[in-house]
Each structure stands twice: as C-alpha cells, then as structure tokens.
Design a protein around this ligand. Structure first.
Ligand SMILES: [Fe+2]
Length: 329
C-alpha cells in the first residue's frame, strides 16, 4: 500500500506554510516517483500555484503520517479555503468534510475544553459556509448520505441534521448552536468503557444502565468545559428522549421535549441505523426511514418526522425501494 495520500492542490493557500511536505507524482520513463514539491516549513508561493495550474495538476500528495498536520492546516485556513470561489464547490465540500472528520476524531479521543471549543468554532464556520453557498447543501448531502465510516459518519449525520434544521427554518446563531450540539451530542460516551460501547453480544442490565447515563455525562463534560452553551445542552441531554415518554434519561414526553431535542432524536436514530455497527449491517437511507416509521412509530414527533422524510427523500438515488415500501400512508 502507498505511504502517500492524495490531496487537492486547490486546498493550498498561497503565502501560507502548509506544515507538512507536499509531493508531486512524476512519471519517469516507466516508473512513478513521488518528488518533493513544497517543503512544509516553506511558504507556498504564488508561482508554485501558478505552475500547477499551467501544468493542469490538481492532485498532490502528502505522506500518510502527515495527515493530521494537513487537516490542522485545513482547519486553520478553513474560512479562506471554503470561500475561495475558484475552487469547485464539490472540492470545498470535501475539504469541509475531511477537516470536520479529523476534528471529531480528536474530540472523542480527548474531549477537553480545547477540542470542544474547536468544535464550536468549526460548526459556526461550517454553518456560514452552508448559508453562503446555496449549492453546498446538495454537495454536502451527496457526500453525507454515502458515508459509512465511524467518524466520517458522525460528521455526515451532523451535516444532515444541520441541513434539515435549516430546512425547518432555523437561522443564524440558532442554526450554529444546533450544528455544534449535533457534533457534540454523544460526547458523554467518552466516559463509558469501550468494552461496553463495542460489546458484540447482548448488554447486561448494568451495562445498559451505564449507556443510558451518556446524555447526562455529556452535559457534565460541556459544563466542565465552561463554555456558554444553550441548545447544545438540550441536544446532548434530550437526544434519547422519545415523544411517547419511553426514552431516557428522564422519560419526558411530547412538548416537554424541546424542538431541538426532538430533531436530535430523529437524527440520532437515523445515525444509528445508517452506520456500520458491530451487530448489524448499515441500512441505506430509505430503508432506515422505513424502519423508523414501522418499528418506532411513537418515538418521534410525527410532523417533524414527516418533514424529515420529505427532506431526505430526493437524496437517495442509489437506495433500493421495494414495491411494498411505503412511507406516506
Ligand atoms: Fe446518544
């Protein structure tokens, strides 16, 4: 396997230091070889960029071990890169998705205030990007719906949740707080042993009770981080509460659950069904919606759930629908 990873040349900003060495893949007679193009500690100057454009080179490479450094670079230059209209929208969306994935990985490895703050900043920038670029919605959903790996999946679901919330009319800071909350909602799981979280067999009563603590543990982590959160707390605390009162941690129901908590419940179940889990195969979006409708009829606010079906429906081009699959009765 190659020790190098491809990156898009358009993700590099002129007059910045990339922080890791960047290579070109050169064909030399019958051989291909990686040749150093710009050193990580050297400024990436405009003539280097121009040369790539001249030669029509869109793909560069970094060493695999430098992937983290590259994502840090993307994160700190995020605003500039995603607002650069010279870069096609699909590429900018890939950059958003890649940087967010790296961030969520860091967050779950080390859920301290620094990473929680990074998540908040990132979520706010991501929402700005979505609001500014109308086309980003379609582009982001295209990636999000077909993404199944653990961390990328949680980013995808956060993207789907945020776009759905926008569709419902959430605006400005409300939307930004919602996006942050969705990215952070399962952070309480970092306080639960991975032996329980990844257990393949049936959970014991005690283990299940432990898992049910994660919404409150999550709120504790956010409070410890000392960040002024509002909706983020609600989303973290209420994302397992069911409309009929059968959820946890408090078994509240109907209008006792706030709207952002109700949306988060829908997104969370959709997330669980469409992710690759140790005990079940990931479902395609449409199959997940069918299962939610048929097997969990009282868990969701019906109106919101119908809107979610309408929102997601057009974006499942590869989903296989059986004749007997009906969502709208
Ligand atoms: Fe959860």
């Amino acid at each position: 396997m190659s020790d190098y990873l491809p990156i898009n040349s358009s993700s590099l900003r002129t007059d910045t230091k990339i922080g890791c060495d960047v290579y070109l893949l050169m064909k030399i007679t019958t051989d291909s070889r990686y040749v150093l193009y710009c050193k990580g500690e050297t400024v990436f100057e405009n003539d280097k960029r121009e040369k790539l454009i001249e030669e029509n080179i869109s793909r560069l490479f970094i060493k695999k071990e430098d992937q983290r450094k590259y994502y840090e670079y993307l994160e700190s230059n995020f605003q500039y890169i995603v607002s650069d209209t010279r870069i096609p929208i699909d590429e900018r969306t890939q950059i958003v998705h890649g940087a967010a994935t790296n961030l969520v990985k860091d967050l779950f490895i080390d859920p301290r205030s620094e990473n929680i703050n990074r998540t908040k900043t990132f979520a706010y920038n991501m929402v700005d990007f979505i609001l500014k670029e109308g086309n980003a919605v379609h582009s982001l959903l295209k990636i999000a719906i077909h993404e199944y790996h653990t961390y990328t999946h949680s980013v995808s679901v956060a993207a789907i949740g945020t776009l759905f919330a926008k569709d419902l009319g959430l605006k400005g800071n409300d939307l930004k707080r919602f996006c942050t909350g969705i990215l952070l909602h399962d952070i309480g799981k970092t306080k639960i042993s991975t032996d329980i979280l990844n257990k393949k067999g049936k959970l014991t009563k005690e283990e299940f009770a432990k898992i049910r603590e994660h919404p409150e543990l999550g709120v504790e982590i956010l409070k410890e981080a000392g960040i002024d959160f509002k909706d983020e707390y609600i989303i973290t605390l209420q994302h397992h509460e069911n409309y009929d009162g059968s959820g946890y941690p408090h078994g509240i129901k109907k209008e006792e659950i706030l709207t952002c908590g109700k949306i988060a419940r829908i997104i969370d179940v959709y997330d669980a069904l469409t992710a690759n889990r140790s005990y079940a195969e990931a479902k395609r979006p449409f199959a997940a919606l069918v299962e939610m409708k048929n097997n969990m009829p009282n868990c969701f606010d019906e109106e919101l759930f119908k809107k979610f079906i309408r929102f997601l429906g057009p974006y499942d081009p590869r989903g296989k629908r059986r004749k007997d699959d009906k969502l709208h009765s």
